[in-house]
Each structure stands twice: as structure tokens, then as C-alpha cells.
Design a binder for this molecule. Structure first.
Ligand SMILES: C[S@@+](CC[C@H](N)C(=O)[O-])C[C@H]1O[C@@H](n2cnc3c(N)ncnc32)[C@H](O)[C@@H]1O
Length: 223
């Protein structure tokens, strides 16, 4: 489970990121992406927040979707572009180097779905709220938001165990990469505050990992 903490180190090695993450996490990271893909409508126009090397985006393209991804890391975007060239995904997958703070440049009500795996836990609280509000804005009516990420367990004993076991790995990761991630304390609450209704939340890994499906709350049109 604590392989997620190591991701910050692997992010500096985008060409081996997916392969090593898959090994270190014993397939869990890929399984998380498959779970997100399974909840995303097929044949959709999809925005991916923090697309990394484009592994999830490629799965979605395989389901007939057109995907636009963005990521803060230039080297991740370079690896995603290599994937596009090598796997002939041009025209179906496009990526750009951009942080969530650039989401205000995205058009209103343009996407059927917005997806993200293991990115929101790398954002600070302001960025997280900002990203979710813009995810809501750019989504069409009835759209689908699917998120998979590390979250804080709900019960006190699970929380204490998780925090104690995660701390040494997080410290080591910070020493090596000078950066880190934090499990999201109240993902459902963040979603509601951003204008979403949580439709489904599946927890696994001692309650410390969540796949969440949410839909925009429709604004009432005055009659
Ligand atoms: C753990 S990786 C996950 C990548 C990909 N979603 C996956 O699951 O393979 C986290 C990604 O979030 C990106 N990221 C971190 N902060 C970001 C931000 N503020 N805006 C956009 N992307 C960000 C990182 O560059 C990195 O590619």
C-alpha cells in the first residue's frame, strides 16, 4: 500500500515509471486505472488531470474515447508523447504540459468525463479545491468524474495504523525527492463543496484507497 508514497521518487524516471510502479505496487496502480476506466463512459470526450505517461488515457482511447491530458511534469508529458507516437494514438489522445492552476483556460461544459488517478493527493488544499471546481465547470451536464487516490481511513484505529506505517516511507521519500504526497482527508466533502454529488465510493487497502464516482449537481434554472 505504501508504494504510493514512493511514486514521488519514480516520477523523476517517467520512462520506467509505469513498469516499476506496477512491480512495486504488485499491480495495484494498474488495477486502480482499470477501475477508473471501468467507471468512465465509453466513447466519451475525456479530460485527464495529471495524466503522467498516459497509461490510463490509452486504456480510455481503447474504449473509443477522445482524451485530453495535462500534467505539470515536462518529462511525464514527453513520455506520454512517446506513447502517442509509438502506439499510434495521434488524433485520439493529446497531452499538454500544464498544472492544475492552468485549468481556468479550459472551456466550459466541454467534457463528458473528467478522470484522475493518484494526482489529487499531491496537491495542496487550495489546489485541490481549485482543480475540483474547474472539473465541475468544464464538465457537461450529466457528466462523470472518476477519481482514484490515497485517502485517510475513516475509523480511528485504521487512521492511526495507516499514519504510523506511512510515516517512515514518507520521510524517506521526502529525503530522496524533496517532495511528497498526503492522503486526502475528506474527498467526499471536497467533491460536495465543488458542486458534485458522490454517486459511489469504493474503499480498499485498509480503507486507505478510494475510487470515487461523482456527478455535477445541476443548477436549477429559474422558471
Ligand atoms: C503519482 S503520479 C500519477 C500519474 C498518473 N496519473 C498515473 O496514475 O500513472 C502524479 C502525477 O501528478 C502530476 N502532478 C503533480 N502536481 C500536479 C499539478 N499541480 N498539476 C498537474 N499535475 C500534477 C505529477 O507530475 C505526476 O505525473
Amino acid at each position: 500500500m505504501f508504494s504510493y508514497v514512493f511514486m514521488k521518487i519514480l516520477e523523476g524516471r517517467p520512462r520506467s515509471y509505469d513498469r516499476i510502479m506496477d512491480k512495486v505496487s504488485r499491480g495495484r496502480v494498474r488495477a486502480a486505472k482499470e477501475a477508473v476506466a471501468a467507471e468512465t463512459p465509453a466513447g466519451a470526450h475525456v479530460l485527464e488531470i495529471g495524466c503522467g505517461t498516459g497509461e490510463l488515457a490509452e486504456m480510455l482511447v481503447g474504449m473509443g474515447s477522445i482524451v485530453e491530458g495535462f500534467d505539470l511534469s515536462p518529462s511525464m508529458i514527453e513520455a506520454a508523447r512517446e506513447r502517442i507516437d509509438e502506439h499510434g494514438l495521434g488524433g485520439k489522445l493529446s497531452v499538454r504540459q500544464m498544472g492544475v492552476d492552468g485549468m481556468d483556460t479550459l472551456p466550459n461544459a466541454a467534457y463528458d468525463a473528467v478522470v484522475s488517478t493518484l494526482v489529487l493527493s499531491e496537491l495542496n488544499p487550495d489546489e485541490l479545491g481549485y482543480a475540483l471546481r474547474h472539473a465541475r465547470r468544464v464538465m457537461k451536464q450529466g457528466g462523470t468524474l472518476v477519481i482514484a487516490d490515497e485517502v485517510v481511513p475513516r475509523s480511528a484505529p485504521n487512521r492511526a495504523l495507516h499514519a504510523a506505517a506511512r510515516a517512515p516511507v514518507a520521510a524517506l521519500t521526502y529525503l530522496v525527492s524533496r517532495s511528497g504526497s498526503r492522503p486526502i482527508a475528506d474527498l467526499a466533502g471536497e467533491l460536495v463543496r465543488a458542486g458534485f454529488r458522490v454517486e459511489k465510493e469504493e474503499r480498499s487497502q485498509a480503507d486507505a484507497f478510494a475510487v470515487v464516482v461523482a456527478r455535477p449537481v445541476e443548477e436549477e434554472v429559474p422558471s
